[in-house]
Write a protein of this length. Structure first.
Length: 268
């Protein structure tokens, strides 16, 4: 009886591995439904929506995306959101995406399907365009998603993802908070601001004007720390991999933390 139970257990494990493998390589992707376009790797559907600004400050909240978010400034009058849904094992309409105003906040939410054994390889690519003459607050939280932000005038940026890289380029902001469990964080800012950046596994790179008034606190457990800014007061840890220093008045607080990964702070 015991041997029979062991044999049944082994068979179940082998069958599970086989199903996962077949699903992963695409052999179980036969039931594909497409509204807009069909590809060998699955289905794609695009949704586009414009929002008229209700004030000079745009508040944007993004919930539970799986895929990629690209937010950029442009010469225009409306907030433009383009969502491109991809799925390779399920109905394309099972990816639920909602966009709309909640009071004065534009809320973008996503629900993606899951297979009982293996994720159904569903993802959404968001491209969001913000008029250059507006200021934006961004609050984004996701499980598996990379986030790119460029050419924005922002007030507060708050980003959190379990797995995915975060990049912010050529952007003005008052405060940036970014956290990812697995992924790199890269910032290249036109001018400095308060920032709190954290990743468990991944590198952090920050580029700011070399004459910025900053108070830097950077720390990692495994990896190197490099800073080419002329810090006036500096403490470098030997065992703890830590660097603390001030430039000028120390007006802007920069806190960087990674458990495993390098940290680079560069001036330009």
């Amino acid at each position: 009886m015991k041997r029979l139970a062991i044999c049944i257990g082994i068979i179940l494990v082998v069958m599970s591995i086989l199903l996962i493998t077949l699903n992963f390589v695409g052999f179980l992707d036969g039931n594909i439904y497409s509204d807009d376009d069909t590809h060998p790797s699955g289905s794609i559907k695009t949704i586009e929506k414009d929002f008229e600004p209700r004030s000079g400050l745009i508040k944007l909240k993004i919930e539970d995306p799986v895929g990629m978010i690209d937010i950029e400034g442009y010469d225009g009058d409306a907030v433009k959101i383009r969502a491109e849904k991809h799925v390779s094992f399920s109905s394309i309409d099972k990816i639920k995406g909602d966009m709309g105003y909640d009071d004065d906040t534009i809320v973008v939410s996503t629900k993606t399907p899951r297979h009982l054994i293996y994720p159904s390889k569903a993802k959404v690519y968001y491209n969001i365009k913000i008029p250059n003459d507006l200021v934006i607050d961004i609050d984004a939280e996701s499980d598996v998603c990379s986030i790119d932000i460029s050419n924005l005038n922002a007030r507060n940026i708050d980003l959190e993802t379990d797995a995915g890289a975060i990049a912010i380029y050529d952007t003005n902001a008052s405060e940036i908070i970014a956290e990812t469990d697995v992924g790199s964080i890269n910032l290249h800012l036109k001018k400095c601001c308060d920032m709190d950046l954290k990743t468990d596994t991944g590198s952090i790179t920050v580029k700011i004007p070399k004459d910025s008034d900053v108070n830097i606190d950077a720390e990692n457990d495994v990896g190197s720390i490099y800073c080419d800014l002329p810090l006036e007061m500096e403490t470098r840890g030997i065992v703890e991999h830590k660097i603390v220093g001030v430039i000028g008045s120390g007006r802007y607080r920069i806190k960087l933390k990674t458990d495993a990964g390098s940290i680079k702070i560069k001036g330009f």
